[in-house]
Design a protein around this ligand. Structure first.
Ligand code: OAD
Length: 230
């Protein structure tokens, strides 16, 4: 049985209107990531951070999956082996496109986390500074997203999958954020064939055996169709 491990980034959701981080005009050119995506930024100004993720939550709710999300769900359904989707994205577009068991290594906009006791719950559309945790009542509610300086989620599971991968594909990610950017090396060391599908070559493009450039809505369905014809 062959196992396909897929890593996705903001590029797969770009055509759904979610915007990317580092492309021209991307999120990190509009706001300082130190202000909205670090524990220190949250400690300094929790209202600003909550407002940023409230805005992202509204955008994610309005977004619809595109042909790339749907193609990966089809691959999961029809591939005779395992297809594991690991995403850096905090939207739920893979699930909306029909994918299952998606591993959200950078958390989810739709969830809230207590910074005091670690309890998690479904986030309301709008979160505010000083909101209380429903479990411990501490005023420590925050979006359940991973910030810079924090450990991404589910790393043991992800490394387990990478060690068993026969194919590893990275889609729509710039390869600038670790540990995700090093997954290709892990998979290659385990003997996987490695493929990058991206609009532009990533920072780690030379680590991949194969690269296909283009929009996710075009290159991903084409690659999936090819895999399913094998
Ligand atoms: P980036 O914004 O760094 O990279 C987006 C990638 O998508 C780039 O390589 C683009 O070329 C590509 N891209 C843009 N439009 C595309 C399209 N239509 N089809 C295919 N590819 C396209 O986003 P990520 O790599 O996901 O983390 O960023 C990684 C992490 O950095 C994010 O999860 C987030 C961010 O800071 C946290 O917030 C912790």
């Amino acid at each position: 049985m062959t196992k396909i491990v897929i890593l996705t980034g903001a590029g797969i959701s770009a055509e759904s209107g979610m915007g990317t981080f580092r492309d021209k005009g991307g999120l990190w050119s509009q706001v300082r990531l130190e202000d909205v995506a670090t524990p220190e930024g949250f400690a300094r100004d929790p209202g600003r951070v909550q407002a940023f993720y409230n805005m992202r939550r509204v955008a994610a709710k309005a977004a619809r999956p595109n042909a790339a999300h749907r193609a990966l769900a089809l691959l999961q359904r029809d591939w005779p082996g395992d297809v594991v989707i690991v995403t850096q994205n905090v939207d739920a577009l893979h699930e909306a496109g029909g994918a299952r068991d998606v591993i959200h290594m950078h958390g989810e906009l739709a969830r809230a986390l207590c910074g005091n006791c670690g309890h998690r719950w479904d986030a309301p559309d709008e979160m505010a500074a000083g909101e209380c945790c429903p479990a411990c009542d501490a005023p420590a509610a925050r979006p359940d997203v991973v910030w810079f300086g924090e450990m991404p989620y589910h790393m043991d599971r992800i490394y387990g999958h990478l060690a068993e991968a026969t194919v590893f594909v990275a889609i729509g990610t710039s390869g600038q954020v670790y540990p995700a950017a090093a997954f290709v090396q892990e998979a290659a060391a385990a003997g996987a064939h490695t493929v990058e599908l991206n609009l532009e070559p990533s920072a780690v493009v030379s680590d991949f055996a194969e690269t296909r450039l283009g929009k996710a809505s075009e290159v991903v369905p084409a690659w999936v169709a090819e895999m399913l014809r094998r």
